[in-house]
Design a protein around this ligand. Structure first.
Ligand code: NAD
Ligand code: DAU
Length: 350
């Protein structure tokens, strides 16, 4: 049986990747290793936790001794690395945490993998899941391609850019089979309500202000999370060693247009009069260093590996809203305790 380590599998995207691999590949042994930070939640994996090919290990990738021991005991065939601090606003208040997990944690994994795999790199793969934010920001036109120069602006994107460079260095210097994908903004179920879409769904539901940074003119390119997980599956199994792929949905929205669409969906779902939820829109102080526009050219992935996004945005957004409205207990659990403190710090003085 192939033993595959998935790091960060209790988080938003990681839980969708774990679910896909556990269900699609019963002959793979999937080991989910996660620190269970505020963003990690084993309730995200309730439907697969009892499957015979799934196991969970709690651990911190910043702890090099733990990571080395993990690799030496488990003899992983490959790694899909998603564990990270992922929220730009938190990186602005606490950059060092991002350096520790995203940079040091990634290098710890690379070192452990190198030590275990050095005699036969071609039998193993290190797959690093990264972001389009490493490319910086676009003006009104153009798309990020795999050869766009790195130009990160936030501590989060700087830490992800650094981790990407280390992964490439281990491929180029030691010959490790490493692949990287850089994806645009994901949305879907199990998304922690600190990010724009789940936070807005929660606030609309509770009749609370929807905080829009600046004028809401920033543009993001949204992809349904299950389409990202499918892309990771295709790249993991088919990419050449050393390859990079951009993943995106050709689905650009200004934040304000997206929120109007979400308000319309929520009015319908909550039986509110049309226009009721949009009254909650509140413009607040802009994010420092706020990138204007992200947009991905994913034609390499489409042409070389045949991946295409499966869902139209309105359909995906409606499915997402349905999931949040049907999973009140999940929302209550993740928003108890520290979430309230975070919310006050982030929004009340804006
Ligand atoms: P998330 O914040 O929802 O989940 C991150 C997971 O990593 C959590 O389960 C957390 O407990 C775990 N983790 C954090 N620090 C850890 C540590 N030190 N040791 C072990 N585990 C730790 O993040 P996400 O949105 O699911 O993103 C997953 C990956 O995908 C990240 O690498 C992120 O940079 C990348 N990405 C995210 C998006 C997006 O839109 N969310 C887009 C492109 C790329
Ligand atoms: O592009 C990929 C990246 O997308 C991932 O690498 C990150 O992990 C992920 O968090 C996401 O980053 P963003 O900063 O784009 O996502 P966020 O949901 O935080 O913000 C989306 C847009 O909405 C952005 O322009 C900022 C704005 N925003 C966000 C929040 C939380 C608001 O206007 N108000 C808010 O309260």
């Amino acid at each position: 049986m192939k033993k595959i380590l998935i790091t960060g599998g209790a988080g938003f995207i990681g839980s969708h990747v774990v679910r896909l691999f556990v269900n699609k590949y019963p002959n793979y042994e999937i080991v989910n290793m996660d620190k269970l930070t505020y963003a990690g939640n084993l309730a995200n994996l309730k439907d697969v936790e009892n499957k015979p090919n799934y196991s969970f290990i709690k651990g911190d990738i910043v702890d090099a001794a733990f990571v080395n021991e993990l690799f030496s005991v488990h003899k992983f065939e490959s790694v899909i690395h998603l564990a990270a601090e992922s929220h730009v606003d938190r990186s602005i208040s606490n950059p060092l945490e991002f350096v520790m997990t995203n940079v040091i944690g990634t290098v710890n994994l690379l070192n452990a993998a190198k030590n275990e795999w050095k005699d036969n790199f071609s039998a193993h793969r290190f797959y690093h899941v990264s972001t389009d934010e490493v490319y910086g920001t676009l003006g009104e036109s153009g798309l990020f391609t795999e050869t766009t120069a790195y130009d990160p602006h936030s501590p989060y994107s700087a830490s992800k850019a650094s981790s990407d460079h280390f992964v490439r260095a281990y491929h180029d210097t030691y010959g490790m089979d490493a692949v990287i994908s850089n994806c645009s903004n994901n949305y879907g179920s199990h998304h922690f309500p600190e990010k724009l879409i789940p936070l807005s769904i929660l606030n609309i539901k509770n009749n609370r202000a929807i905080p829009i940074y600046g004028k809401g003119e920033n543009i993001r390119d949204w992809l349904y999370v299950e389409d990202h997980a499918r892309a990771i599956d295709v790249i993991f199994h088919n990419a050449k060693a050393g390859a990079t792929f951009n993943i995106g949905g050709h689905n650009e929205w200004t934040n304000i247009d997206l929120i109007h669409l979400l308000c319309k969906i929520m009015d319908k779902k909550l039986n509110r009069a049309e226009g009721e939820s949009a009254k909650l829109i509140t413009f607040v102080k802009d994010r420092a260093g706020h990138d204007l526009r992200y947009a991905i050219d994913s034609s390499k992935l489409q042409k070389e590996l045949g991946w295409v996004p499966s869902l139209q945005f309105e359909e995906g957004l409606e499915k997402t809203v349905d999931w949040y409205l049907a999973n009140e207990e999940w929302l209550n659990n993740v928003t108890s305790g520290d979430y309230q403190k975070y919310y006050e710090l982030q929004y009340t003085k804006r």
